[in-house]
Design a protein around this ligand. Structure first.
Ligand code: SF4
Length: 352
Protein backbone atom coordinates (compact mmCIF):
# COMPACT_ATOMS: atom_id res chain seq x y z
CA UNK A 1 0.00 0.00 0.00
CA UNK A 2 1.34 3.46 -0.89
CA UNK A 3 2.50 5.54 2.07
CA UNK A 4 -0.07 8.12 3.02
CA UNK A 5 0.97 11.75 3.18
CA UNK A 6 0.35 13.54 6.50
CA UNK A 7 -1.53 16.82 6.96
CA UNK A 8 0.95 19.33 5.59
CA UNK A 9 2.50 22.54 6.83
CA UNK A 10 0.42 24.61 4.47
CA UNK A 11 -2.84 23.33 5.87
CA UNK A 12 -3.63 26.54 7.83
CA UNK A 13 -3.13 28.64 4.69
CA UNK A 14 -5.42 26.39 2.65
CA UNK A 15 -8.03 26.57 5.36
CA UNK A 16 -7.74 30.36 5.67
CA UNK A 17 -8.10 30.84 1.91
CA UNK A 18 -11.28 28.77 2.05
CA UNK A 19 -12.49 30.77 5.08
CA UNK A 20 -11.95 34.07 3.26
CA UNK A 21 -14.42 32.91 0.61
CA UNK A 22 -16.80 30.67 2.52
CA UNK A 23 -16.67 31.66 6.20
CA UNK A 24 -20.08 32.11 7.82
CA UNK A 25 -21.49 35.53 8.56
CA UNK A 26 -22.62 35.37 12.19
CA UNK A 27 -23.94 38.17 14.39
CA UNK A 28 -21.04 37.95 16.85
CA UNK A 29 -18.42 38.21 14.13
CA UNK A 30 -18.25 41.98 14.03
CA UNK A 31 -15.19 44.08 13.30
CA UNK A 32 -11.52 43.21 13.17
CA UNK A 33 -10.29 42.64 15.77
CA UNK A 34 -13.46 41.18 17.19
CA UNK A 35 -15.22 42.73 20.16
CA UNK A 36 -14.23 40.65 23.25
CA UNK A 37 -17.64 41.15 24.88
CA UNK A 38 -19.43 39.71 21.83
CA UNK A 39 -16.93 36.85 21.51
CA UNK A 40 -17.34 35.97 25.19
CA UNK A 41 -21.15 36.20 25.12
CA UNK A 42 -21.40 34.06 21.98
CA UNK A 43 -18.93 31.45 23.22
CA UNK A 44 -20.81 31.03 26.50
CA UNK A 45 -24.12 30.70 24.64
CA UNK A 46 -22.65 28.24 22.12
CA UNK A 47 -21.46 25.78 24.79
CA UNK A 48 -23.45 22.59 24.10
CA UNK A 49 -25.90 24.57 21.95
CA UNK A 50 -26.30 24.96 18.19
CA UNK A 51 -25.63 28.17 16.28
CA UNK A 52 -29.24 28.21 15.05
CA UNK A 53 -30.59 28.06 18.62
CA UNK A 54 -28.14 30.71 19.85
CA UNK A 55 -28.67 33.42 17.19
CA UNK A 56 -32.05 34.75 18.45
CA UNK A 57 -30.85 34.74 22.06
CA UNK A 58 -27.61 36.46 21.14
CA UNK A 59 -29.49 39.15 19.22
CA UNK A 60 -31.89 39.67 22.12
CA UNK A 61 -29.02 39.94 24.61
CA UNK A 62 -26.97 42.47 22.65
CA UNK A 63 -30.09 44.58 22.18
CA UNK A 64 -30.86 44.49 25.92
CA UNK A 65 -27.26 44.48 27.10
CA UNK A 66 -25.04 46.11 24.44
CA UNK A 67 -21.96 45.99 26.68
CA UNK A 68 -20.64 44.33 29.79
CA UNK A 69 -21.83 47.19 32.04
CA UNK A 70 -25.48 46.92 31.01
CA UNK A 71 -25.34 43.18 31.59
CA UNK A 72 -23.66 43.65 34.98
CA UNK A 73 -26.30 46.19 36.04
CA UNK A 74 -29.24 43.92 35.18
CA UNK A 75 -30.69 41.75 37.94
CA UNK A 76 -29.85 38.05 37.95
CA UNK A 77 -33.53 37.09 37.73
CA UNK A 78 -33.97 39.29 34.66
CA UNK A 79 -30.94 37.72 32.93
CA UNK A 80 -32.21 34.24 33.78
CA UNK A 81 -35.65 35.05 32.39
CA UNK A 82 -34.14 36.19 29.08
CA UNK A 83 -31.99 33.06 28.98
CA UNK A 84 -35.01 30.80 29.58
CA UNK A 85 -35.29 28.10 26.93
CA UNK A 86 -31.57 28.08 26.04
CA UNK A 87 -30.79 25.49 28.74
CA UNK A 88 -27.75 24.85 30.94
CA UNK A 89 -28.76 27.67 33.26
CA UNK A 90 -25.52 27.66 35.23
CA UNK A 91 -24.13 29.41 32.15
CA UNK A 92 -26.50 32.35 32.63
CA UNK A 93 -25.75 32.65 36.34
CA UNK A 94 -22.00 32.59 35.65
CA UNK A 95 -22.40 35.00 32.73
CA UNK A 96 -24.00 37.51 35.05
CA UNK A 97 -21.42 36.96 37.82
CA UNK A 98 -18.60 37.30 35.31
CA UNK A 99 -20.05 40.55 33.87
CA UNK A 100 -20.21 42.01 37.38
CA UNK A 101 -16.56 41.15 38.03
CA UNK A 102 -15.38 42.52 34.67
CA UNK A 103 -17.35 45.73 35.27
CA UNK A 104 -16.32 46.26 38.88
CA UNK A 105 -12.78 44.85 39.08
CA UNK A 106 -11.42 45.13 35.53
CA UNK A 107 -12.82 48.46 34.35
CA UNK A 108 -14.94 46.67 31.74
CA UNK A 109 -11.91 45.10 30.01
CA UNK A 110 -11.50 41.35 29.64
CA UNK A 111 -8.14 39.91 30.82
CA UNK A 112 -5.77 39.00 28.01
CA UNK A 113 -4.20 35.94 29.63
CA UNK A 114 -5.40 32.37 29.91
CA UNK A 115 -4.99 32.38 33.70
CA UNK A 116 -6.83 35.68 34.02
CA UNK A 117 -9.76 34.48 31.91
CA UNK A 118 -9.96 31.04 33.54
CA UNK A 119 -10.20 32.67 36.97
CA UNK A 120 -13.57 34.17 35.93
CA UNK A 121 -16.89 32.36 36.48
CA UNK A 122 -18.01 30.18 33.57
CA UNK A 123 -14.79 30.47 31.54
CA UNK A 124 -12.99 27.15 31.04
CA UNK A 125 -9.96 26.28 28.88
CA UNK A 126 -11.93 26.20 25.60
CA UNK A 127 -13.67 29.55 26.10
CA UNK A 128 -10.45 31.18 27.31
CA UNK A 129 -8.59 29.92 24.23
CA UNK A 130 -11.39 31.11 21.92
CA UNK A 131 -11.44 34.61 23.44
CA UNK A 132 -7.65 34.91 23.30
CA UNK A 133 -7.46 33.78 19.68
CA UNK A 134 -10.55 35.48 18.27
CA UNK A 135 -10.67 38.73 20.24
CA UNK A 136 -6.97 39.23 21.04
CA UNK A 137 -5.18 37.52 18.13
CA UNK A 138 -3.12 35.21 20.34
CA UNK A 139 -2.06 31.87 18.82
CA UNK A 140 -3.92 29.66 21.29
CA UNK A 141 -5.29 26.28 20.30
CA UNK A 142 -9.08 26.24 20.28
CA UNK A 143 -10.48 22.71 20.44
CA UNK A 144 -14.12 21.76 20.87
CA UNK A 145 -15.95 18.60 19.82
CA UNK A 146 -16.14 19.71 16.18
CA UNK A 147 -12.43 20.40 16.01
CA UNK A 148 -11.66 17.08 17.71
CA UNK A 149 -13.65 15.37 14.96
CA UNK A 150 -11.69 17.17 12.24
CA UNK A 151 -8.35 16.24 13.87
CA UNK A 152 -9.40 12.60 14.27
CA UNK A 153 -10.13 12.49 10.54
CA UNK A 154 -7.16 14.52 9.30
CA UNK A 155 -4.71 12.39 11.29
CA UNK A 156 -6.72 9.14 11.10
CA UNK A 157 -6.84 8.71 14.87
CA UNK A 158 -8.47 5.38 15.58
CA UNK A 159 -8.33 5.52 19.41
CA UNK A 160 -11.85 5.78 20.73
CA UNK A 161 -13.20 9.20 21.70
CA UNK A 162 -13.27 10.66 24.38
CA UNK A 163 -10.11 8.84 25.52
CA UNK A 164 -8.35 10.29 22.47
CA UNK A 165 -9.00 13.91 23.51
CA UNK A 166 -5.46 14.59 24.73
CA UNK A 167 -3.94 13.29 21.51
CA UNK A 168 -6.38 15.27 19.37
CA UNK A 169 -5.60 18.41 21.33
CA UNK A 170 -1.85 17.90 20.79
CA UNK A 171 -2.42 17.38 17.05
CA UNK A 172 -4.53 20.55 16.86
CA UNK A 173 -1.81 22.45 18.72
CA UNK A 174 0.79 21.32 16.19
CA UNK A 175 -1.24 22.93 13.39
CA UNK A 176 -2.16 26.24 15.07
CA UNK A 177 -0.59 29.10 13.10
CA UNK A 178 1.06 32.21 14.52
CA UNK A 179 -0.65 34.38 11.92
CA UNK A 180 -4.41 35.00 11.94
CA UNK A 181 -5.08 32.57 14.84
CA UNK A 182 -8.58 33.97 15.38
CA UNK A 183 -9.57 33.52 11.74
CA UNK A 184 -8.02 30.05 11.81
CA UNK A 185 -10.12 29.09 14.89
CA UNK A 186 -13.28 30.42 13.24
CA UNK A 187 -12.34 28.63 10.01
CA UNK A 188 -12.04 25.29 11.80
CA UNK A 189 -15.39 25.92 13.52
CA UNK A 190 -16.97 26.65 10.13
CA UNK A 191 -15.39 23.63 8.48
CA UNK A 192 -16.79 21.40 11.25
CA UNK A 193 -20.23 22.97 10.99
CA UNK A 194 -20.62 23.04 7.22
CA UNK A 195 -18.25 20.52 5.55
CA UNK A 196 -16.66 18.06 7.97
CA UNK A 197 -19.96 17.30 9.67
CA UNK A 198 -20.58 14.36 11.96
CA UNK A 199 -22.67 12.14 9.72
CA UNK A 200 -22.10 13.25 6.15
CA UNK A 201 -18.75 14.98 5.57
CA UNK A 202 -18.72 16.71 2.20
CA UNK A 203 -15.16 15.70 1.29
CA UNK A 204 -15.36 16.77 -2.38
CA UNK A 205 -15.94 20.36 -1.19
CA UNK A 206 -13.31 20.24 1.56
CA UNK A 207 -10.23 22.46 1.26
CA UNK A 208 -8.29 19.93 3.37
CA UNK A 209 -9.07 16.87 1.29
CA UNK A 210 -5.45 16.54 0.15
CA UNK A 211 -4.28 16.58 3.80
CA UNK A 212 -6.84 14.17 5.16
CA UNK A 213 -5.72 10.63 6.02
CA UNK A 214 -9.28 9.50 6.78
CA UNK A 215 -10.37 10.59 3.30
CA UNK A 216 -7.39 8.85 1.70
CA UNK A 217 -8.42 5.60 3.41
CA UNK A 218 -12.17 6.05 3.01
CA UNK A 219 -12.64 6.30 6.79
CA UNK A 220 -14.26 9.73 6.91
CA UNK A 221 -17.60 8.47 8.20
CA UNK A 222 -16.02 5.89 10.52
CA UNK A 223 -13.86 8.33 12.45
CA UNK A 224 -13.88 9.38 15.18
CA UNK A 225 -14.74 6.09 16.83
CA UNK A 226 -16.87 6.72 19.88
CA UNK A 227 -17.09 4.70 23.04
CA UNK A 228 -20.64 3.54 23.45
CA UNK A 229 -22.44 6.14 25.54
CA UNK A 230 -24.02 4.93 28.74
CA UNK A 231 -27.81 4.64 28.73
CA UNK A 232 -29.47 7.64 30.32
CA UNK A 233 -31.42 6.80 33.46
CA UNK A 234 -35.03 7.90 33.84
CA UNK A 235 -36.16 10.01 36.79
CA UNK A 236 -39.74 10.59 37.81
CA UNK A 237 -41.61 13.12 39.87
CA UNK A 238 -44.96 14.77 40.50
CA UNK A 239 -45.62 18.46 39.88
CA UNK A 240 -48.22 20.41 41.88
CA UNK A 241 -50.25 22.77 39.72
CA UNK A 242 -52.04 25.03 42.14
CA UNK A 243 -54.43 27.61 40.77
CA UNK A 244 -56.69 30.28 42.11
CA UNK A 245 -58.87 32.57 40.04
CA UNK A 246 -56.67 32.63 36.90
CA UNK A 247 -53.40 32.61 38.87
CA UNK A 248 -50.92 29.75 39.20
CA UNK A 249 -48.41 29.15 42.01
CA UNK A 250 -44.74 29.23 40.98
CA UNK A 251 -41.48 29.32 42.91
CA UNK A 252 -37.80 29.80 42.27
CA UNK A 253 -35.40 26.85 42.42
CA UNK A 254 -32.35 27.09 44.68
CA UNK A 255 -29.39 28.85 43.03
CA UNK A 256 -27.21 25.76 43.01
CA UNK A 257 -27.87 22.62 40.98
CA UNK A 258 -30.00 21.72 37.99
CA UNK A 259 -32.08 24.65 36.64
CA UNK A 260 -30.61 26.71 39.49
CA UNK A 261 -32.41 30.00 40.10
CA UNK A 262 -35.07 29.27 37.47
CA UNK A 263 -38.85 29.47 37.96
CA UNK A 264 -40.70 26.21 38.42
CA UNK A 265 -43.98 24.74 39.55
CA UNK A 266 -43.57 23.05 42.95
CA UNK A 267 -42.83 19.34 42.74
CA UNK A 268 -41.63 16.28 44.59
CA UNK A 269 -37.92 15.48 44.28
CA UNK A 270 -37.11 13.72 40.98
CA UNK A 271 -35.98 10.16 41.70
CA UNK A 272 -35.62 6.81 40.00
CA UNK A 273 -38.73 5.32 41.63
CA UNK A 274 -42.25 6.15 40.57
CA UNK A 275 -43.99 8.09 43.33
CA UNK A 276 -47.70 7.65 44.03
CA UNK A 277 -50.03 10.67 44.49
CA UNK A 278 -50.47 9.64 48.15
CA UNK A 279 -46.73 9.49 48.79
CA UNK A 280 -46.28 12.84 46.99
CA UNK A 281 -48.60 14.80 49.27
CA UNK A 282 -46.00 15.69 51.96
CA UNK A 283 -44.16 17.62 49.20
CA UNK A 284 -47.26 19.60 48.19
CA UNK A 285 -47.02 23.39 48.71
CA UNK A 286 -50.34 23.45 50.65
CA UNK A 287 -52.92 21.03 51.98
CA UNK A 288 -55.82 20.79 49.59
CA UNK A 289 -57.64 18.32 47.33
CA UNK A 290 -55.25 17.19 44.57
CA UNK A 291 -56.54 15.64 41.34
CA UNK A 292 -54.37 13.90 38.73
CA UNK A 293 -54.08 15.45 35.28
CA UNK A 294 -54.16 12.70 32.61
CA UNK A 295 -50.90 11.84 30.80
CA UNK A 296 -47.36 12.86 31.65
CA UNK A 297 -44.71 15.38 30.68
CA UNK A 298 -41.49 14.06 29.14
CA UNK A 299 -38.22 15.90 28.92
CA UNK A 300 -34.62 14.89 28.40
CA UNK A 301 -31.66 16.54 30.09
CA UNK A 302 -28.03 15.79 29.22
CA UNK A 303 -27.74 13.05 31.83
CA UNK A 304 -31.25 11.73 32.31
CA UNK A 305 -34.78 11.45 30.99
CA UNK A 306 -37.53 12.94 33.11
CA UNK A 307 -41.18 11.86 33.39
CA UNK A 308 -43.46 14.16 35.33
CA UNK A 309 -47.06 13.55 36.38
CA UNK A 310 -49.16 16.50 37.45
CA UNK A 311 -51.57 16.92 40.36
CA UNK A 312 -53.91 19.86 40.16
CA UNK A 313 -55.42 21.75 43.08
CA UNK A 314 -57.59 24.84 43.36
CA UNK A 315 -57.31 26.94 46.50
CA UNK A 316 -56.54 30.36 47.89
CA UNK A 317 -54.44 28.76 50.62
CA UNK A 318 -51.38 30.60 51.89
CA UNK A 319 -48.36 29.33 53.83
CA UNK A 320 -46.31 28.35 50.79
CA UNK A 321 -43.01 29.83 49.57
CA UNK A 322 -44.14 30.68 46.08
CA UNK A 323 -45.67 33.56 44.17
CA UNK A 324 -48.86 33.71 42.13
CA UNK A 325 -48.54 34.42 38.42
CA UNK A 326 -51.44 35.24 36.13
CA UNK A 327 -52.04 32.36 33.72
CA UNK A 328 -51.73 34.75 30.78
CA UNK A 329 -48.34 35.96 32.03
CA UNK A 330 -46.84 32.48 32.10
CA UNK A 331 -45.57 32.81 28.52
CA UNK A 332 -43.19 35.64 29.38
CA UNK A 333 -42.34 34.51 32.88
CA UNK A 334 -39.03 32.92 31.83
CA UNK A 335 -39.62 29.23 32.51
CA UNK A 336 -37.09 26.62 31.49
CA UNK A 337 -38.32 24.34 28.72
CA UNK A 338 -39.38 21.49 31.01
CA UNK A 339 -41.66 23.81 33.00
CA UNK A 340 -43.10 25.27 29.79
CA UNK A 341 -43.98 21.72 28.84
CA UNK A 342 -45.74 21.29 32.20
CA UNK A 343 -47.78 24.45 31.59
CA UNK A 344 -48.67 23.36 28.06
CA UNK A 345 -49.66 19.93 29.34
CA UNK A 346 -52.06 21.40 31.91
CA UNK A 347 -53.42 24.28 29.84
CA UNK A 348 -53.82 22.20 26.69
CA UNK A 349 -55.30 24.33 23.94
CA UNK A 350 -54.75 27.52 25.87
CA UNK A 351 -51.02 26.79 25.34
CA UNK A 352 -48.60 29.32 26.77
FE1 SF4 B 1 -13.42 16.08 6.91
FE2 SF4 B 1 -13.59 14.93 4.49
FE3 SF4 B 1 -12.30 17.24 4.82
FE4 SF4 B 1 -11.29 14.99 5.77
S1 SF4 B 1 -11.64 15.50 3.60
S2 SF4 B 1 -11.37 16.94 6.82
S3 SF4 B 1 -13.12 13.92 6.41
S4 SF4 B 1 -14.51 16.88 5.10
Amino acid sequence: MAKLSKPGKNLPNRLLRWFDNWGRTLPWRQGAPRNPYLVWLSEIMLQQTTVAAVIPYFEKFIKLYPDVYTLANASKDEVLSHWAGLGYYARARNLHKCAKIIASDFGGIFPKTEAGLKALPGIGPYTAAAILAIAFGQPTTVVDGNIERIMARLFRVKDPWPKSKKKLHALAKGLTPELRPGDYAEALMDLGATICTTKAPDCPACPLQGDCLAFQEGLQTTLPIRERPREKPTRRGIVFWLEDNGHVLVQRRPDKGLLGGMLEFPSTPWGQEEISPGAAKPFAPVKTEWHPVAGEVRHTFTHFHLRLKVLKGVTKATGHNGQWLREKDLINAGFPTVMKKVAQHVLGEKKI
